[in-house]
Ligand binder design. Sequence first.
Ligand SMILES: C[S@@+](CC[C@H](N)C(=O)[O-])C[C@H]1O[C@@H](n2cnc3c(N)ncnc32)[C@H](O)[C@@H]1O
Length: 239
Amino acid sequence: MWTFFFQRRYFHSSVCLLKKLKGKTAAEQRWLLRQLKDPYVKASHAQNFRCRSAFKLLEIDDKFKLLQPGYSVVDCGAAPGAWSQVAVQRVNSAGTGPDLPRGTVIGVDLLHIPPLDGAHFLSNHDVTDLATHGKLLELLPDGQAHVILSDMAPNASGFREMDHEKLIAMCLSLIDLAEKVLQPQGSLLCKYWDGKLAHKLQERLSSVFGSVRTVKPDASRKDSAERYFLARMYREPVK
Ligand SMILES: C[S@@+](CC[C@H](N)C(=O)[O-])C[C@H]1O[C@@H](n2cnc3c(N)ncnc32)[C@H](O)[C@@H]1O
């Protein structure tokens, strides 16, 4: 009877899979199959995270304790909002820990970010735009953040070098944002795609942060060029 049950289940899930794959390009089919097999995708559904990237931040934060109750956080490239979900929990910005200090989470993205209790979102905003910096200054308590997070990424063109350079330029713009809103001793976590300009970004970060390290969480796919720089102990640049 169990054999019959499992055979039926297997048959049913195979039919569902075939339906999902129908009409898709080869690249889309590969992506879909990878999603279906990915344990982090399954876990993100089970734990109500908006996407699997939540586990990258959870892992980094478990190790480095970046996010503390009461902290103010700017989440750059926040859509669809999984990192903000993690930040809201960890800094207690929804006030779910009544005895803990209440933090602030502000997410920014070019795209629409669906609302989230405990977070303030600037949808359709460009993080590199000076007008966005102005809005962040107004929204942050005392105009200051303890942490800037960035999981920003440009739309991949397929040309690895070009995408790498574009993302590095976006990360460099975060140093200007830090100058405006990051408090002394604050932290910046930013995603980059590894390549020839990574050392340039690392040097620029090292000029204004006391420590800079590269992080590759387990949840980041092994075959991707994705890395994070974790820069800590911000000191304002000498002018
Ligand atoms: C990998 S997704 C971020 C996922 C997010 N961390 C999460 O956990 O839900 C990258 C995001 O960066 C955003 N992005 C790219 N360039 C941006 C810019 N200049 N300003 C704001 N957001 C940007 C994209 O729109 C995209 O939503």
